[in-house]
Unconditional design. Structure first.
Length: 91
């Protein structure tokens, strides 16, 4: 079985406080996240190895956006979102 069979996926937007490195203006930016929540029970076609992997699986979020555009109208440059972690567990 594939890892995607263990999780339900949905997309969310969350706010993150970031500062533009070009103009130094701080602001709240919406970042896209892919939220994977663990299913309540394993699908029926699983074997022993899949059951062990499912027992260890945890719900988590993966950041989808790597670059955002500055909100300052004079700047409007794109910058990297390296200050926000890319994977977060939901437990």
């Amino acid at each position: 079985m594939d890892e995607k069979d263990f999780f339900d996926e949905r997309q969310e937007k969350k706010l993150a406080p970031l500062t533009c490195p070009h103009c130094r203006q701080a602001g709240e930016y919406e970042l896209g996240w892919l939220v994977r929540t663990k299913k309540r029970q394993l699908p029926g076609r699983a074997d022993e190895r899949d059951r062990a992997r499912f027992a260890k699986a945890r719900s988590y979020m993966v950041r989808r956006d790597d670059v955002v555009m500055c909100k300052n109208l004079r700047c409007r440059k794109r910058f990297d979102v390296s200050g926000v972690q890319s994977v977060a567990f939901l437990d």
